[in-house]
Design a protein around this ligand. Structure first.
Ligand code: AHR
Length: 522
């Protein structure tokens, strides 16, 4: 080729690349995402973005409940700042009162005038005295203030069938009955009509140390008396397995008829780092292994869904990930039993990856409840007296809320690995959806803490219009928000992308979570 011809070729390809962007990218681009905008079928149930709050440490008391006489601004004893923050991320459903606490909670101790309520020992969590000031009415008031559905877990481990049955009657029955009348006497005329009822919690462990063969019959018996009252149908949730305990799943699916169980509650915590269990003092080895364990949720859901498919091919029974998240050592100087931990960019990455995984399994996973909303484990919010801060994980729930009830879009990702020592995991993790207005949202985690990732995204079946990006990242993998410095990790606008003929090309910063919004073009 003469020099002139060569210059022409270079000029034309530069011009084409300017005009059409990625369609003229070299074929060797290593990160490639293809979104099939016309092939969406399943809905991402917004309840995947649910939360879990237990009578544990400072979650309920201090986190939500400060009492009517508190100087902290509150509505009927529930702090306003926390409610406002949770409204902003559109919490769809809240699981309560436990956790392990649920199987030793006697709900009648938590109703009526507060000064008359008996106290109990919270044996699981720090051995502290629980004064029962936050009970059924307060919890359901909290849900009404947030605007979310309640999900109540009944006591199977140390409670009776009658106790659970009466709780449902108290909360859901509109007619004349001993429990409905008691509710009215305690100031609530209308029933709350709570839909989601858990029949025990972790009954293979703290909820009674049961074998699956035993629990399955206990479940059948208890659920019989979780009655559907007029206009108050229940969605009964059985205790599910931990992680990949396939025996528990098999026994439950084989021995419970569909009409008796609408959901199974799987729990999975991805632990902490490898060499350090600190929430904020850790190295890359800890980052890598934590994220690798977070990614295992995908295999766990696949394995458990395969068992469910054998008994329930039409996927009528929901898999609920009723407790999930990172579990670090408590912050120094705090009660070991209170599970108070800080929350860094690594936790945000755990949240981003886990939510993408659940989105991608939305044909079976129809609820998730991160543990636990305020001041406990992977919290959204930390409080210190009247002060409140939002954690990096909160910001992920905020930016991912665009996926609520949207249609999942098939997203085929080819990506480079993130290598650490001799090990590797995929560098990127993604999910995509289309909302009612036609906007496409893509959430992408770049788990590599060292390298930016160039990505070419092709969108098939839709014209690409305006693109908006938001990014969550921080200077260090350990970056976190404190009461003195609450905005170290916070989202910002992201404009490192360029539209192409049929999508866009972007450079995702190392250790970042980016959410793109794509309007449809002409
Ligand atoms: O979330 C803390 C505890 O973890 C819950 O009480 C229990 O269900 C799980 O083991």
């Amino acid at each position: 080729m003469s020099n002139n011809k060569l210059l022409n070729v270079i000029f034309i390809s530069m011009l084409a690349s300017f005009v059409f962007g990625a369609s003229f990218e070299p074929a060797c681009a290593r990160n490639k995402l293809v979104i099939q905008a016309d092939l969406g079928r399943e809905t991402i149930d917004k309840n995947i973005y649910g939360h879990f709050s237990e009578h544990l440490g400072r979650c309920v008391y201090e986190g939500y409940w400060v009492g009517e006489d508190s100087p902290i601004p509150n509505t009927r004893g529930i702090r306003n700042d926390v409610v406002e923050a949770l409204k902003k991320i559109k919490v769809p459903v809240l699981r309560w009162p436990g956790g392990c606490f649920a199987d030793e909670y006697h709900w009648k101790d938590g109703i009526g005038p507060r000064e008359n309520r008996p106290s109990m020992i919270n044996t699981h969590w720090g051995g502290v005295t629980e004064n029962n000031h936050f009970g059924t009415h307060e919890f359901l008031d909290l849900c009404e203030q947030i605007g979310c559905e309640p999900f109540i877990t009944g006591n199977v481990g140390s409670g009776t069938v009658q106790e659970l049955s009466e709780w449902v009657e108290y909360v859901n029955f509109d007619g004349v009955s001993p429990m409905a009348d008691l509710r009215r006497k305690n100031g609530r005329e209308e029933p709350w009509r709570v839909k989601y009822w858990g029949v025990g919690n972790e009954n293979w462990g703290c909820g009674g140390q049961m074998r699956p063969e035993y629990y399955v019959d206990v479940y059948r018996r208890f659920q019989t008396y979780v009655r559907d009252y007029p206009d108050a149908d229940t969605f009964k949730v059985a205790c599910g397995p931990y992680g990949e305990d396939i025996k528990w799943m098999e026994v439950m699916m084989k021995n419970v008829e569909k009409g008796m169980m609408r959901g199974l509650d799987l729990h999975y915590y991805c632990g902490s780092g490898e060499d350090s269990r600190s929430a904020t003092k850790f190295e890359e080895v800890d980052w890598f292994h934590q994220l690798r364990r977070a990614m295992r949720l995908d295999e766990i859901i696949t394995t458990q869904s395969n068992i469910m498919d054998r008994y329930d091919p039409k996927k009528r029974i929901a898999l609920i990930v009723g407790e999930w998240g990172a579990w670090h050592d408590v912050e120094s100087g705090t009660n070991e039993g209170f599970l108070y931990q800080q929350n860094s960019l690594r936790d945000a990455m755990v949240a981003g990856v886990s939510l993408n995984i659940m989105n991608n399994h939305c044909e079976r996973v129809r609820m998730g409840n991160i543990a636990q909303t305020v001041n406990v484990l992977q919290a959204m919010i930390l409080t210190d007296g009247a002060k409140m801060i939002l954690t990096p994980s909160y910001h992920v729930f905020d930016s991912y809320k665009v996926h609520h009830d949207a249609t999942l879009l098939p997203a085929d990702l080819e990506c480079e690995d993130y290598r650490f020592d001799e090990d590797r995991i995929p560098g990127l993790n993604v999910s995509a959806s289309q909302d009612e207005s036609g906007k496409i949202h893509i959430s992408i985690c770049n788990m590599n803490p060292n390298d930016d990732a160039e990505l070419i995204c092709e969108i098939r079946g839709a014209k690409v219009g305006r693109i908006i990006g938001k990014v969550l990242t921080a200077p260090e993998i350990t970056s976190h928000n404190t009461f003195d410095n609450p905005e170290v990790v916070k989202p910002s606008d992201f404009d490192e992308y360029r539209k192409t003929q049929n999508g866009f090309k972007t450079t995702l910063p190392a250790k970042s979570i980016v959410v793109f919004e794509i309007e449809s073009g002409e």
